[in-house]
Design a protein around this ligand. Structure first.
Ligand code: NAD
Length: 555
């Protein structure tokens, strides 16, 4: 998958790299105080650095010492982004070596706060911004990107950032963060990644009035203007970066499903909010079943929230149930939705199109608690963006109907979770199998320690992307996400399950991503969508392509 660019695996030719201060200002090549004596002479940087030569491990210590001194998570975020802008290798070394500590900073929940304040903490640009006013020249903008072999693009239009709503061009923090995770979690080389923000304005009043807002200070342009810009963008990608996978991220659901349906059979693209979420949640259900001992087809799942995440999860659950013997119709009847207006049922006349397949023949019910009581689900999945809607009453009901109720409170960031880990364990007296979207600390209850699993999409999309890139898959198929879910569930160890966690610890994420990439590439070859020659051993090939942050030797 990687091309033979010299800086990929630690060797570099001195005549292709800048010398002097320019080198120290190039984050891809900079080693800071780790340039050795010979390199300092050869590259014209002697005197530009303090005399003592250090190494990655000492530099890591310095970064972490400063990181720990910061009391505010947003400051930690700024500290890490500044490092990414200064020294990419060290940034990834630190990120990978401290992934559990770094993930909530680089990604949810802190990245949400960073996006809200993006214009205020803005220092250096990263990625490509494409605005409404760039119609007709999008390919030219992409050509301005310094890397010519891009294999994965994460693109947002900023309309539904995490659970925080419309953040316009400030949403750029999301593609930047997600692509850092491609590298840290799955070893996709940073030079192969490109963050993109489509800026069609924002309907966020606060941002429109903020003089430091970085996007075009106009209301969102919609309709043909919007669709035309997205179409031009996807065409420009095919022209400038023909091997790139496009990950659609944090689009509002009015566009997310439409764009996914429009492009999924035309180009290599997926929507992480729909398909990545679905895969990580299905994996959680499979792992939970390892604890409860039941079958997927015997579950009844109630979704609080009928948006992108909920619909995506339900569709994948239905295809998983179908593969285990139920008809599609039977499988759909196992999935129920409650949206802001109550239970999604046939008699309602206010349902958006994407909810219709799950509108069952049942009595209308206005609230979640009554829906739980009438449906008696085995699992409740919170994807509503509404904090604490899994009330004590609901948790008690779940514990009454199930020996081990599955409680997934997936809304991000932490402040939006449908219930906290503590509430889930305490109300169910330790019987809940709980997972959240954003991280929660372990909970001590009646002498037991529960480690809540985080249904973080980062378990899925980096591995899926790596598998797609490695196989050169021309399409991203549902089977790939299905296979990724099964693989992730199989990566959960007994000891993880014993501590209550239905996901593996993030410290094993590289191994997990490698297994997922292998599974995805196998699906690509089996389905005939792979365009790269099949390697003798897929796992070995994938392992050999994974980026390791080590300094190249220049002398
Ligand atoms: P969305 O805007 O598409 O959908 C939200 C849905 O919630 C809508 O159907 C809305 O009607 C419904 N809703 C609003 N208030 C409600 C209430 N009181 N009770 C029940 N339903 C209500 O958003 P989305 O993309 O589906 O994401 C929803 C949430 O899921 C977000 O907070 C997001 O951060 C989270 N999420 C988590 C993960 C993860 O943990 N892996 C992945 C994706 C999304």
């Amino acid at each position: 998958m990687t091309t033979d660019k010299s800086n990929r695996k630690g060797s570099n030719s001195t005549n292709t790299i800048p010398h002097g201060i320019e080198l120290l200002h190039d984050p891809r090549l900079n080693k800071g105080t780790a340039f050795n004596d010979a390199e300092r002479d050869m590259l014209g940087i002697r005197g530009l650095l303090p005399p003592r030569v250090s190494n990655l491990s000492t530099q890591d210590k310095r970064i972490m010492e400063n990181f720990h001194k910061k009391t505010d998570d947003l400051e930690k975020y700024v500290h890490m982004i500044a490092l990414q802008d200064r020294n990419e290798t060290l940034f990834y070394r630190v990120l990978m070596d401290h992934i559990e500590e770094m993930m909530p900073i680089i990604y949810t929940p802190t990245v949400g706060k960073a996006c809200q304040l993006y214009g205020h903490i803005f220092r250096r640009p990263r990625g490509i911004y494409i605005s409404t006013y760039d119609r007709g020249r999008v390919a030219k903008l992409l050509e301005n990107w310094p890397q010519k072999d891009v294999r994965v693009i994460v693109v947002t239009d900023g309309e539904r950032i995490l659970g925080l709503g419309d953040l316009g061009a400030n949403g750029m923090g999301i593609p930047v963060g997600k692509l850092s995770l491609y590298t840290a979690c799955a070893g996709v080389h940073p030079s192969l990644t490109l963050p993109v923000t489509i800026d069609v304005g924002t309907d966020n009043e606060g941002l429109l009035e903020d003089p430091l807002y970085i996007g075009i200070p106009e209301r969102r342009h919609r309709g043909e203007e919007y669709d035309g810009l997205i179409e031009e963008f996807t065409e420009a990608v095919q022209q400038v970066f023909p091997k790139a996978l496009i990950q659609f991220e944090d689009f509002a659901n009015r566009n997310a499903f439409r764009l996914l349906n429009k492009y999924r059979d035309r180009i290599s693209a997926f929507n992480d909010d729909v398909q990545g979420t679905a895969s990580v949640t299905l994996a959680g259900l499979y792992s939970a079943l390892r604890i409860t001992g039941g079958e997927l087809n015997d579950q009844k799942i109630l979704f609080a929230g009928a948006g992108e995440a909920g619909r995506g999860i339900a569709d994948l659950v239905v295809s998983a149930m179908s593969s285990e013997g139920l008809s599609e119709e039977e499988a759909r009847l196992k999935c129920w939705f409650v949206d802001s207006r109550g239970l999604v049922v046939k008699s309602r006349t206010d349902l958006a199109e994407h909810k219709l397949p799950y509108a069952h023949d049942a009595e209308a019910v206005a609230d979640l608690a009554t829906a739980v009581k009438s449906i008696r689900p085995t699992a409740i999945v919170g994807v509503s963006g509404q904090p604490n809607v899994f009330t004590t009453e609901i948790l008690e009901a779940m514990a009454e109907y199930n020996q081990r109720p599955m409680i997934f409170a997936l809304s991000n960031p932490t402040s939006k979770a449908e219930c906290s880990a503590k509430a889930a364990y305490e109300v169910t007296r330790g019987r809940a199998i709980y997972a959240s979207g954003s991280p929660f600390d372990p909970v001590e209850f009646e002498g037991n320690r529960f480690v809540p699993g985080q249904g973080n999409n980062a378990y899925i999309f980096p591995g899926v992307g790596l598998g797609v890139i490695a196989s050169g898959a021309s399409r991203v198929t549902d089977e790939m996400f299905f296979s990724a879910a099964r693989t992730l569930a199989n990566e959960v160890l007994e000891k993880d399950l014993e501590s209550g966690s239905i996901y593996p610890p993030l410290s094993r994420i590289r191994q997990v991503s490698k297994s997922i990439a292998t599974a995805v590439a196998e699906v690509a070859y089996a389905q005939g969508v792979a365009t790269n020659p099949k390697p003798a051993s897929i796992p070995e090939y994938i392992g050999s392509q994974m980026y390791e942050p080590v300094y190249p030797s220049y002398a």
